[in-house]
Ligand binder design. Structure first.
Ligand code: GLN
Length: 543
């Protein structure tokens, strides 16, 4: 029997609902339960794939090719459970399905309404693909009281009744601010937020209270009294130095125990948190330090590169090293002499991105790394730009470029118009195709060259990684580039799409067409990130 935990947020956004959900998932797993996590997003985009990372943070891609909210990245990093298309839904997707059905005539004669049609569709989403797991954690995006979240709140209220007693609980994350002038913590915003929920028929079972200062028992009692929950179910959540401390902190604050109690599940044993203790120990007691320059386009918003910065931390965990990230806007390097800024870094990473702005800066960063023997890791656009750099400066194709940015007759990086899926099906695109959901998305296999650096790093020649791109390195240039010193050490199984380039006579120069950061976990750092940080540590010892 699957039990459901509905996680809502109140007072303000950015309190860490995603981390709360992910950490609770990890704690339940540490007690031997199986979990899945889901995110219900109230906005009207069908998925976050068409939103700028500067608006909404990174778009997280699943193995099955869904473009999803970045919280799904937290879920995977904390629980190791791979997310699927059926784990993220938006109002936009729900409405577009309902409107399609209406046009088809499915509701002929009926009036289509938020209740019951939209709420039914939301409930179907929550209940789909349970796979017999013990707990389904459903996070509702936005904040209690938001107009657009109303149908979701109504749907989970209905579900709690339909599922029956003991099958679902509500966990509400709120904020208890500290007013410096008064020297006091204030509980009123929490009271109002819970009042908002209760006015629509949702009585939270557990209140998780984010606070910058410890919440005295007297205040917890007061919150419990005014919000109609037992004092023990008012769980304080103080700021943590590392997000990977959060599961342990929540356990110490009693969260997992309160959740089990709310379901009437009696437990005497403790969760096994050794893996989390080891991770925290490695983060808190590093034995070395590296400085990595991330040369990207969305560096003003770290959430735009969430999985990437976490994967770098994981690379540090693997090597017991502290990773200091220097975020650099790539167009910086389009000014004369600015490239000197890379002098003191131990590794350079050029991440994925879209659009022309800053691409010449990325090419300059790749050139600097190649010429100065600085470890270089190019991801997706970062691989494409490193290939253009090598085509221009090693193979002497002076006008090499990508058709994403310029009208080129024979581009080194060009639009993919046809490719084969893992199941053998063929996908076709043209430059006229809709932009939403039409990239090469999700897991695709690649074959690695025997004896290559990447084969050594992965410890195998067969890999599968997640993709999200529309352009591809032109296989027609492979021969010329290989003669010039670039090895195409990873290809699609049919040999038509370059997946990995490396420069064998460089300490560490690797470009990958996929996004390895999406599969890295603190307890299982991605081999490419672990190896990149190791190479950067070696570089730091040499300077
Ligand atoms: N803009 C490039 C493409 O579409 C790279 C995409 C990416 O870096 N994710 O191919």
């Amino acid at each position: 029997m699957t039990r459901f935990i509905f996680i809502t947020g109140g007072v303000v956004s950015s309190l860490g609902k995603g981390l709360l959900s992910a950490s609770l998932g990890a704690l339940l797993q540490a007690r031997g339960y199986s979990v899945r996590l889901r995110k219900l997003d109230p906005y009207l985009n069908v998925d976050p794939g068409t939103m700028s990372p500067l608006q909404h943070g990174e778009c997280y891609v699943t193995d099955d090719g869904a473009e999803t909210d970045l919280d799904l990245g937290h879920y995977e990093r904390f629980t190791g459970v791979s997310s699927r298309q059926s784990d993220n839904v938006t109002s936009g997707r729900i409405y577009s399905q309902i409107i399609q059905r209406e046009r088809r005539g499915d509701y002929l004669g009926g009036t289509v309404q938020v209740i019951p049609h939209v709420t039914d569709a939301i409930k179907d989403f929550v209940l789909a693909d349970q796979d017999g797991i013990d707990f389904m954690l459903c996070e509702i995006g936005g904040t209690a009281g938001d107009i657009e979240a109303m149908p979701f709140m109504e749907a989970i209220r209905q579900l709690s009744i339909e599922l029956g007693r003991g099958r679902s609980i509500f966990c509400h994350l709120t904020f208890v601010p500290f007013i410096a002038a008064a020297g006091e913590l204030k509980t009123k915003p929490t009271q109002h937020s819970v009042k908002e929920l209760r006015s629509i028929g949702i009585q939270p079972d557990i209140l998780v209270c984010r606070a910058e200062h410890p919440i005295p028992d007297s205040e917890r009692r007061k919150i419990g009294l005014f919000c109609n929950v037992p004092e023990s179910a008012v769980v304080p959540a103080l700021d943590a130095k590392s997000i990977y401390e959060v599961p342990i902190s929540y356990h110490k604050a009693g969260l997992d125990e309160e959740v089990l109690k709310a379901f009437g599940l009696v437990h005497s044993d403790k969760p096994d948190l050794t893996q989390w203790e080891d991770i925290v120990d490695r983060i808190k007691n590093p034995e070395g330090e590296v400085k990595i320059a991330v040369v990207g386009k969305y560096t003003v918003l770290p959430d735009a590169y969430k999985s990437l910065s976490e994967a770098l931390v994981h690379g540090g965990i693997a090597n017991r090293a502290k990773v200091k990230i220097e975020w650099i806007e790539s167009d910086t390097f389009e000014k004369p002499d600015a490239i000197d800024r890379l002098e003191g870094v131990n590794g350079i990473l050029v991440p994925g991105g879209f659009g022309k702005r800053g691409t010449e800066g990325k090419i300059a960063a790749a050139k600097f790394a190649r010429e100065n023997n600085v470890p270089y890791f190019g991801i997706c656009l970062g691989m494409q730009m490193a290939t253009v750099e090598a085509a221009r400066n090693l193979a002497k194709f002076n006008s090499a470029g990508s058709s994403e940015f310029d009208d080129l007759d024979n581009p080194v990086v060009g639009l993919i118009t046809e490719w084969t899926r893992e199941d053998g099906g063929v996908e076709k695109r043209t430059s006229e195709t809709d932009l939403g959901g039409t990239m090469r998305l999700g897991a695709y296999p690649a074959k690695l060259k025997d004896g290559s650096k990447v084969a050594e790093i992965y410890g195998t020649t067969d890999i599968s990684e997640r993709h999200r791109h529309r352009y591809e390195v032109n296989v027609g240039y492979v021969e010329a580039l290989e003669t010039a010193g670039v090895s195409f050490s990873g290809m699609s199984p049919d040999g038509s799409l370059p997946e990995i380039i490396e420069i064998p006579d460089h300490p560490w120069f690797i470009g990958v067409q996929f996004h390895p950061e999406l599969k890295s976990r603190p307890f299982e750092p991605h081999p490419l990130f672990a190896s990149f940080i190791e190479a950067s540590l070696n570089q730091s010892r040499m300077v």
